[in-house]
Design a protein around this ligand. Structure first.
Ligand code: ADP
Ligand code: MG
Length: 312
């Protein structure tokens, strides 16, 4: 199968609403909503770096899009389209069919059309760019947190990191528990409805991709504030709650790949109910820096930091 057959077979569909020209021409042509702002983000997934060669290709298709949609969610954007740049070592039709199935399932569930991309031979590498929209002035940014705001997080934290530790061989879990945390790692749910519902309510937001402490640190720096977090208040699965305390803290505070939203809002703000649990985990303060305490208010020494590709 050649490059163009491959694109037609796996990645071309009739143009969707709001897309004047999709896959097949030199550029896609999108129809903007009058007055809206574009929100654009790219995330690359590299074999051996972001995923193992043994990963289920359907789950990889899901995750490649999910991590990108999570950035749109963090900004409160409505998805409008995405491009897919793909380097493949060879044409493996079964692999491509499964990858495309996982990708399209999430794309359809999120109402986001595939509008173009690039396909080349090379070491397995996936780069998606997402395009979204938000009304002027309503994108959720990292810079709006103010002293006195509360810090909230969606869903549960830490399961993806726990799964990574199982793959690394430092932790062992019974089969069903492992399947559960593995799903958290391989099939994250981008919080699109929550992000959109937080427009005009949250003062700042981001999604957790590299670990809560580091990611929240970016928000605090952008907002020029500090925070105190209660590690015992952080939402975790029953599986994680059964692990040793130190491991729980590592997974909660420094685990990457959660793709939950962290946001700030003034006390008493009416938070949206979109069927995703929200948990208050701390408070924004004028004093710079990020402090972690336990349920009794005692400081927690953690020595943790988030994932950084260029630091070991
Ligand atoms: P060009 O050479 O003009 O840049 P290509 O030959 O790379 O275009 O691609 C042909 C068409 O197929 C374009 O519309 C491009 O956006 C689309 N395309 C290529 N690869 C992919 C892919 N992996 N997923 C979706 N669309 C793709
Ligand atoms: Mg061209």
């Amino acid at each position: 199968m050649g490059e163009f057959d491959l694109i037609r077979r796996f990645f071309q569909r009739p143009a969707a609403a709001g897309v004047e020209v999709g896959v097949g021409d030199d550029c896609a042509v999108l129809v903007p909503t009058p007055g809206a702002r574009w929100l654009v983000s790219s995330d690359m997934l590299v074999e051996g770096r972001h995923f193992l060669s043994t990963v289920d290709p359907a789950r990889l298709g899901h995750k490649a899009l999910a991590v990108n949609l999570s950035d749109l969610a963090a900004c409160g954007a409505t998805p409008r389209g995405f491009t897919l740049a793909l380097a493949l070592p060879r044409v493996d039709e079964a692999w491509l069919a499964a990858f495309a199935r996982g990708l399209w399932a999430l794309a359809d569930a999120s109402a986001i059309p595939l509008i173009g991309g690039d396909t080349t031979q090379g070491p397995l590498n996936l780069c998606i760019t997402v395009f979204g929209e938000a009304p002027p002035g309503q994108a959720l940014l990292r810079s709006g947190a103010r002293a006195g705001d509360e810090v909230w997080v969606s869903g549960e934290l830490g399961d993806a990191r726990l799964a990574l530790e199982v793959f690394r061989g430092t932790v062992s879990l019974p089969g069903e528990a492992f399947e559960q945390v593995r799903r958290a790692m391989e099939l994250p749910t981008p919080r699109l409805a929550l992000g959109q519902a937080l427009r005009g309510i949250a003062t700042a937001a981001l999604d957790i991709s590299d670990g809560l402490l580091g990611d929240l640190g970016h928000l605090l720096a952008a907002s020029g504030v500090g925070a105190t977090l209660d590690v015992d208040a952080m939402p975790r699965s029953a599986v994680l709650a059964q692990q040793p305390a130190a491991l729980q803290r590592t997974c909660l505070l420094a685990g990457g790949d959660d793709y939950e939203l962290v946001f700030t809002a003034p006390p008493g703000a009416r938070l949206p109910d979109v069927g995703v649990p929200l948990t208050r985990i701390g408070r924004i303060e004028a004093e710079p820096g990020l402090r972690v305490v336990d349920a009794r208010g005692e400081p927690v020494e953690h020595g943790l930091r988030s994932f950084d590709h260029f630091k070991t």
